[in-house]
Design a protein around this ligand. Structure first.
Ligand code: XMP
Length: 600
């Protein structure tokens, strides 16, 4: 039975529709995303319509459009950005290229704090991302909010409950955007709150059963949040006999991670969970490699080989088996910051053989419309432990990319050193350039540049300012670190080294210290991700160095370094230093951009 109490979101491209749908779910209401050409029938059963943003201009011939008849259904309509312009255009208003292009944040001056704007301030920060503007309002409309560059930033036909916003209330850069959507969905459309994870689970279980029919499902389970929650949902829908999960232990996992994951799942009654120990093969395939991309490629290929081999060994009859995957919505979006040409993830979710299965309808992806926080909520609802659900994202190649290698051939860094020293001095700090390079991101491109270490005492704000100034002014530097220990640097040496079992084990121990300290301090939910990185840098003549990289983020597209509490930091530093072979601990002060979350 089709749910009538829902919001229809019309998708005009550029990912906005999915974000709007997520916000509507956050409000406890069902939504359905449809394409502009959806038949009018689709709209008849809903309680309101949201027209999403999109990259086009309404006056272009090819621009996607909805049927004008949706405005005759007596349903409330909210147009956002392109959707706002389209509504004005279809109802005989006028849309033109804006003279001043407002991109980014702007201030909205609200006429009356009622209706759509109930509970808001007179001035609200909003996020704009389109050059076109509504120049002439359609009949029956009036402006209800403006910005310094745009008189018609918010418009309404109050009699018909049609609203148009030039900006995006669905993005987090519009801090009170959710309140605007709440006013529309709950007060204006009068939707009932009947969406919940419980209902979602019921609905998905029915869908899974319908798709899978009498067959079984095979799933590769990394132990990460997404594949574990997908597994639990499939398990609920189909029962343990019909779901087979395989975990590949690459040897680059966290300390004792594979067996921990196995035990956790066993406890939950996943009878068909199997671990392949492929550590030896993985270490063999990265032997002698230094370049991070080469390491990624070798590991990615090995993963596919093992996966194919295991699938062959299982000899699954395609008529009886489907492939399950924990793909979540952000995984399906390709953006510069997160796109990896050769990631394991991309590989094992979309290798050619799997693409063919997807086309044939033989892949079950029950999380593919959800975002990470929703997947976590779903996992909790399914009874997974907090420890499983609140694990941080972990890259497919694991610690192999967090353990940097080097041929010890370093470039001359004297001139960068001098420039960094001048800036550091402004903040009463000292600066030293490390003779290695790591990956970062700038605009759409990845960078490969030097880290700069700051030495001295200051608070996080000062370190942040110094870090931003250094990376802004010196392009040869893409990361700035704070030296935690020792407190002075007499010598720095780049060591020649590759990926060895001993180094990975040492990094596993350091990572374990960090993860335990974070869990003990109750910070797992506050910190999005906390890579612990090993770099082949010898400070003052002994051992290697560990870099701490805690970040706060939304879906990993951008990130800010997470200033750790002094006590937690001290505990981590002391315990890491007690590990034989580690002589210094550093803290990464770089936001993303210009630094990526991972080092490699
Ligand atoms: P960066 O380092 O680009 O990372 O800021 C963004 C997010 O992507 C994760 N990541 C990966 N995830 N396979 C994955 O499944 C990979 O190969 C991979 N590499 C990076 C990273 O941990 C962060 O969450």
């Amino acid at each position: 039975m089709e749910n009538k109490n829902k919001i229809i979101v019309v998708d005009f491209g550029a990912q906005y529709a999915h974000l709007i749908a997520r916000r509507v779910r956050q409000l406890g209401v069902y939504s359905k995303i449809v394409l502009p050409e959806a038949p009018l029938e689709e709209f008849k059963g809903c309680c309101g319509i949201i027209l999403s943003g999109g990259p086009n201009s309404v006056y272009e011939e090819e621009a996607p459009k909805v049927s004008k008849e949706i405005f005759e259904l007596e349903k409330p309509v909210l147009g956002l950005c392109y959707g706002h312009q389209l509504m004005a255009y279809l109802l005989k208003g006028k849309v033109e290229k804006g003279t001043v292009k407002e991109f980014g944040t702007a201030q909205l001056e609200i006429q009356k704090q009622e209706g759509l704007f109930e509970g808001l301030q007179e001035k609200e920060t909003i996020w704009m991302s389109h050059g076109d503007t509504v120049k002439k309002l359609p009949q029956g409309f009036k402006a209800i909010g403006k910005t310094s560059d745009c008189d018609n930033a918010a418009i309404a036909n109050l009699e018909k409950n049609f609203f148009g916003l030039q900006f995006h209330p669905e993005v987090t850069h519009t801090p009170n955007g959710l309140k605007i959507l709440e006013n529309f969905v709950l007060n204006i459309c009068k939707c009932k709150k009947d969406w919940s994870m419980k209902n979602y689970i019921e609905m998905k279980c029915k869908e899974i059963k319908k798709q899978v029919k009498g067959r079984n499902v095979f799933l590769l389970a990394s132990g990460g949040v997404d594949s574990t929650v997908a597994l639990a949902l499939l398990h609920k829908a189909l029962g343990s006999e019909r779901v087979y999960a395989l975990h590949v232990d690459t040897g680059f996992m966290r300390l004792n991670e594979s067996s921990w994951v196995g035990r956790q799942l066993e406890k939950l009654g996943f009878a068909n969970f199997h671990i392949v120990n492929a550590e030896k093969e993985f270490f063999e395939c990265v032997k002698g490699l230094i370049d991070p991309e080469e390491k990624r490629k070798a590991i990615g290929q090995k993963f596919i080989d093992i996966q194919n081999r295991e699938l062959k060994n299982l000899d699954l009859n395609p008529g009886k088996w489907l492939l399950g995957q924990g793909t979540i919505y952000p995984d399906t979006i390709e953006t510069a910051g997160t796109k990896y040409a050769v990631t394991i993830k991309t590989h094992h979710n979309r290798v050619d053989s799997i693409k063919k299965l997807v086309e044939a309808g033989l892949v079950v992806e029950p999380l593919n419309l959800l975002y990470k926080d929703e997947v976590r909520e779903l996992g909790e609802e399914l009874g997974l432990s907090e420890k499983l659900v609140w694990r941080h994202p972990f890259p497919g190649p694991g610690l192999a990319i967090r353990c940097l290698c080097s041929d010890a051939i370093s470039e001359d860094v004297v001139s960068i050193q001098k420039r960094a020293e001048i800036i550091a001095k402004e903040f009463n700090l000292q600066a030293k350039i490390l003779p290695l390079k790591s990956v970062g991101v700038q605009g759409d491109a990845r960078t490969y540049a030097h880290p700069c270490v700051l030495i001295g005492e200051a608070d996080w704000k000062v370190f942040e300012k110094a870090s931003t100034k250094i990376t802004n002014e010196i392009k040869e530097i893409n990361r700035v670190l704070r030296l935690l220990t020792p407190n002075a640097i007499d010598s720095i040496e780049l060591i020649k080294t590759t990926l060895t079992k001993e180094r990975i084990y040492l990094l596993q121990l350091a990572d374990d210290v960090v993860m335990r300290a974070v869990a003990d301090a109750g910070l797992m939910r506050d910190i999005w991700q906390f890579p612990t990185v090993m770099i082949p840098i010898k400070i003052n003549g002994i051992g290697e160095s560990i870099v701490l990289r805690p970040v706060d983020s939304m879906e990993a597209m951008t990130a800010r370094f997470f200033p750790l509490d002094k006590k937690v930091l001290q505990k981590i530093t002391e315990e890491v230093l007690a590990l034989e072979g580690i002589s210094s601990v550093l803290f990464d002060l770089t936001h993303k951009p210009p630094g990526t979350i991972e080092w490699e």
